[in-house]
Write a protein that binds this ligand. Structure first.
Ligand SMILES: [Zn+2]
Length: 292
């Protein structure tokens, strides 16, 4: 290979490495609250007691990247603040916290953002406590697995419970040009959102048919895995405890996610954040504080 070509290639490789590094320096991860739910721990962790019920947080996340802002999950639909019956009778037992400050607009405002400032809205899945507010992002691109969207609209037997059609009808409206339409990026696999390896959506069928996790590569904190509901508690990963079967579409998928997370922790010093672990959530820095 001519020397010039080698030098050009080296410059290209080094240039890429430098630009990735400089971008990682500018990436911030923020943790937000969409309130809380009340549930038996035994639903979220097999063999744990069902009573007394525990209150679990409903967390969601924002990544600020030089090329755009990313939301990971959208929490409970803000409609429950003024209309507690929005979820229907079956979900009254979840006793969602419905104070006005849980509204996604109010949460994003903590770091000076509005829904229109978000480039990508990645949903771990479309259950009521994760896909609740996708309709609030008409200027963003909603990133979801095709199999999750299909299951939300036409669930496989036994999997339909936690989906609320009204939450995500705007995904369907997109195809019809309706005023409330949102843009959708349907995935059938992984997606490196900015092409630099810093924010990667990972298809991981587990909790639901189209669950996805997301990795964020931070300069100081390192690789951080946002698990969605493939993981409920840190314990589940550390002690290999699956959830109750009612919340495990693919038990083997969930166990393989745990195994992959443990591998990243061992080899990359990775960490992981879940949406619903009360102790872990308490320990996280909340917006406007951030991880970088
Ligand atoms: Zn959840």
């Amino acid at each position: 290979m001519p020397r010039k070509t080698i030098m050009a290639l080296a410059a290209l490789v080094l240039g890429t490495a430098f630009s990735t590094a400089s971008q990682a320096e500018d990436i911030k991860l923020y943790v937000f609250s969409s309130g809380a739910l009340t549930i038996g721990k035994g639903v979220l962790q097999n063999m744990a007691p069902m009573t007394p019920e525990i209150q679990v947080p409903v967390g969601f996340f924002v990544v600020k990247h030089p090329k755009g802002n990313v939301v990971f999950d959208t929490g409970n639909n803000d409609k429950i603040i003024n209309d507690p019956s929005y979820w229907g009778e079956a979900f009254k037992a979840l006793k969602p916290v419905n104070s006005p400050d849980i509204a996604i607009d109010a949460q994003l405002q903590k770091i000076g953002l509005k829904p229109d400032d978000i480039k990508f809205v990645v949903v771990s899945h479309l259950h009521l406590d994760h896909g609740g507010n996708v309709a609030k992002f008409p200027k963003s691109i909603i990133v979801a697995q095709k199999s999750e969207i299909q299951n939300a609209f036409w669930p496989e037997p036994g999997t339909g419970g936690p989906y609320i059609l009204g939450d995500y009808m705007s995904l369907r409206a997109a195809a019809m040009g309706a005023p409330d339409a949102v843009k959708v990026m349907q995935l059938e696999g992984d997606m490196d959102l900015f092409g630099d390896g810093t924010v990667v959506v990972k298809r991981w069928v587990g909790h639901t048919p189209g669950s996805q996790m997301m990795t964020v590569r931070l300069k100081n904190k390192g690789l951080t895995i946002l698990t969605g509901d493939n993981v409920y508690f840190r314990d589940n990963v550390e002690k290999n405890l699956p959830p109750n079967i009612v919340l495990a579409y693919s038990p083997s998928g969930i166990l393989s996610a745990y195994e992959w997370i443990r591998l990243q922790m061992a080899t990359e010093k990775a960490d992981f954040f879940t949406a619903h672990d009360p102790d872990a959530f308490k320990a996280m820095k909340k917006a406007p504080e951030f991880y970088d």
